[in-house]
Design a protein around this ligand. Structure first.
Ligand code: NDP
Length: 241
């Protein structure tokens, strides 16, 4: 029986590349998404990967969504918490709603998703949880107090859960991508983007597939001794200690 991998935000951008990478590595993949039905249906038609819609910021919806995935495909062995949003503003202009939305989708989702797969993984003595943070959770970014806080929170969450589950065969790691060429980054004004690329020593944006390859490795049996780790994939833009 093939292992089941669930990728949140798995229908577009980095998540879509991760879903396809895991499928090509032999997993049965479920790709969650939040609201863009058109993109999800196109992704499903292009890849044959099953898609499931729910808001990862909502605990009850995540519980029901994971039950639906497991009923359709089997127990989740690999969980990739990739769904994320930005709502940028300087703190002195940020609304409570911008704060709440970003913390909900990027950070509350860690609890909402992991809490609903962790019992099964512990019982089966095997699991892989891979969380997608960001370079901006490591270094902070002007205009992103909400996003930087949520993404830094993912790193702490990962380190704590890794310790809790190490003896149960469940590894928990976090990937911090640098700037990757996706719709999220294409939404940055061209002049600002030029300035960002100038600060990346490799001299280009990363590719979604480069994050997918790291994810597939962390999901594999070869990565069994890697847990609680922060994997930086950013072209040397920020070298974390
Ligand atoms: P995209 O905006 O391209 O895709 C986001 C995905 O997340 C979509 O599938 C979207 O679904 C889904 N999503 C959004 N909100 C929710 C929600 N509430 N519930 C479920 N799914 C949701 O993002 P990227 O591919 O650029 O980013 C992926 C991850 O990587 C994010 O966590 C991001 O913070 C992180 N990251 C990205 C970087 C980059 O350079 N792009 C750099 C560093 C980190 P739908 O299609 O329905 O909207």
């Amino acid at each position: 029986m093939t292992k089941v991998a669930l990728v949140t935000g798995g229908t577009r951008g980095i998540g879509a590349a991760i879903s396809v990478g895991l499928k090509n590595a032999g997993y049965t993949v479920a790709a969650n998404y939040g609201g863009n039905d058109e993109a999800a249906q196109k992704f499903k038609a292009d890849t044959g990967i099953a898609v499931f819609k729910w808001d990862v910021g909502d605990f009850a919806a995540s519980e029901a969504g994971i039950k639906a995935v497991e009923a359709a495909l089997g127990p989740v062995s690999v969980l990739v918490n990739n769904a994320g949003i930005t709502r940028d503003a300087m703190l002195h202009k940020m609304t409570a709603e911008q704060w709440r939305q970003v913390v909900s989708v990027n950070l509350d989702s860690m609890f909402n998703m992991c809490r609903n797969v962790i019992d099964g993984m512990r019982e089966r003595g095997h699991g892989r949880i891979i969380n997608i943070s960001s370079i901006n959770g490591q270094k902070g970014q002007m205009g992103q107090t909400n996003y930087s806080a949520a993404k830094a929170g993912i790193i702490g969450f990962t380190k704590a859960l890794a310790q809790e589950t190490a003896k149960k065969g469940v590894t928990v790691n976090v990937i911090c991508p640098g700037y990757i060429d996706t719709e999220m980054v294409q939404a940055v004004p061209p002049k600002v983007l030029e300035g960002i690329i100038a600060t990346i020593p490799i001299g280009r944006l990363g590719k979604a597939d480069e994050i997918a390859k790291m994810t597939v490795f962390l999901a594999s049996e070869d990565a069994a001794f890697i847990t609680g780790a922060t994997m930086t994939v950013n072209g040397a833009q920020y070298i974390a200690g």
